[in-house]
Design a protein around this ligand. Sequence first.
Ligand code: AP5
Length: 214
Amino acid sequence: MRIILLGAPGAGKGTQAQVMMDKFGIPQISTGDMLRAAIKAGTPLGLEAKKVMDAGQLVSDDIIIGLVKERVAQPDCEQGFLLDGFPRTIPQADAMKDAGVVIDYVVEIDVPDEEIVKRMGGRRVHPGSGRTYHIIYNPPQVEGKDDVTGDNLVIREDDHEDTVRKRLGIYHDQTKPLVGYYGAEAEAGNTKYLKFDGTQTVEAVSSELLSALS
Ligand code: AP5
């Protein structure tokens, strides 16, 4: 099962990825989490990525393509994987196609921009695992603490409203064209395209998603 999760920043890709990983036993490959880990480790890539990410812009295609190629070649990806946040541009999608990676499902989670701006102020994340919560819509069992480790949850630096709006602009310019790209791939029989209304509750989206994929 090789799946791409497509959707605007804050549409709920990471949230649904957690549910799908548990259900299908495949790893989540989140390019955002990989970049945040590089920042935390203080690697040269992390130092370069931090400025770009904090400004709400995209890291260069070359860097991201290299990271993902290396990751999908790992043994835990043999039975499939869940791509969360990749591809994000047409050149990234082309690079994956040129490398012969076949995608079984492209899953789009659709949420209007204003709803996303409202959501992001309440997001809390566990930096170690990438687990995501929301103070109202998807709260942790204990306020401010990760359900699994009990570690403190944090607010992401790029979740301030002005940066969220910039990220949404970039999504419409550079990532939204992938909807047409994968729509055409589905018509050609190269993949299956599924679209979900991401304004429903987390549980309702998960349930529709899992029944469509099972
Ligand atoms: P990345 O980490 O990928 O961020 P993103 O795509 O902007 O996605 P998010 O993690 O913000 O949102 P999400 O859809 O996962 O939503 P979530 O489930 O958390 O990328 C960060 C940066 O890294 C980029 O800006 C870029 O600089 C760089 N980067 C990464 N990949 C790259 C690439 N391929 N190329 C170039 N640069 C790249 O949900 C959001 C909130 O809403 C949570 O609080 C959640 O609890 C809540 N929520 C979820 N579902 C619902 C629901 N149904 N109802 C109510 N609340 C909900």
